[in-house]
Ligand binder design. Structure first.
Ligand code: KIV
Ligand code: NA
Length: 270
């Protein structure tokens, strides 16, 4: 298999084939996900919750993100994996200035990431442009942005009102113009996620809890394996159901995203 690259992802998009992504935090699970055919692995700051036991992602540090990114990329190297690896810039590591963002992104790239992800719209546009111009592929993240959970007032659906939806669409357009080549849409209404996807030809939308109309899907690995400290979010499916191994569950996830059976297109979560 050839390594997954931006041109390869663009090719999938143009063929109308959905892009698959899971989170990964360590070497072994990353290698298993890669072998199961997951194209993109996100070393998400959700590791604060699923690995570190924090109550939000706010407390995750850049050092921790680098540690897990290194683990994931070592695991992939061991099995000659081909996945595209995205490292999450944690809270406080890119808000100060474009220069700070560049330094933090560099640390994740040194740890083996192919792309970095950052949350928010509007003010992030100039940060994204700065990084992209300097050779760092960037994934943006709009909708429910967990690093700002306290400002948002909880983990709830975003972009419901017409004004919020319009603002979100504007942010998405600006992020594509700034050079973002991927955009996570978390917990936005399905019709809005579809509209944004249609509007962005060069920036691939990856949905989570945002319906079936995005260019790809992502889930937190633990959630899709049914391993959860609390109640999993409503949009999650347990892919261990009917499977006898983690590898088989991940392969089932890839199949379900590719054939359009996940997320259920008839189900509008919000
Ligand atoms: O940190 C994470 O896992 C994420 C995904 C849920 C998109 O940002
Ligand atoms: Na994240």
């Amino acid at each position: 298999r050839k390594p997954v690259s931006l041109p390869r992802l663009h090719e999938l998009r143009q063929r109308g084939e959905k892009i698959t992504m899971l989170t990964a935090y360590d070497a072994t699970f990353a290698a298993v996900a890669d072998s199961a055919g997951v194209e993109c692995l996100l070393v998400g700051d959700s590791l604060g919750m699923v690995c570190q036991g924090l109550s939000s992602t706010v407390g995750v540090t850049l050092d921790t993100m680098c540690y897990h990114t290194q683990s994931v990329t070592r695991g992939l190297r061991r099995v000659q994996g081909t996945a595209w690896v995205i490292g999450d810039l944690p809270f406080g590591s890119y808000q100060e200035s474009r220069e700070q963002a560049m330094r933090s992104a560099t640390a994740l790239m040194h740890a083996g990431a192919h792309m970095v992800k950052l949350e928010g719209g509007g003010w992030t546009t100039e940060v994204v442009r700065f990084l992209v111009e300097r050779g760092i592929p960037v994934c943006a993240h709009l909708g429910l942005t967990p690093q700002t959970v306290h400002a948002l007032g909880g983990y709830r659906v975003q972009g419901r009102s017409e004004a919020d939806a319009e603002r979100l669409q504007g942010h998405a357009r600006d992020l594509q113009d700034a050079g973002a080549s991927m955009l996570v849409l978390e917990m936005v209404p399905a019709h809005l996620a579809s509209a944004i996807t249609a509007q962005l030809a060069h920036c691939h939308t990856i949905g989570i809890g945002s319906g079936a109309g995005t260019a790809g899907q992502v889930l937190v690995m633990h959630d899709m394996l049914g391993v959860n400290l609390g109640k999993p979010p409503k949009f999650v499916r347990n892919f261990m159901d009917g499977q006898h191994s983690v590898a088989a569950a991940m392969a089932a996830y890839v199949r379900a995203v590719k054939d359009g059976s996940f997320p259920d297109p008839a189900l509008h979560a919000w």
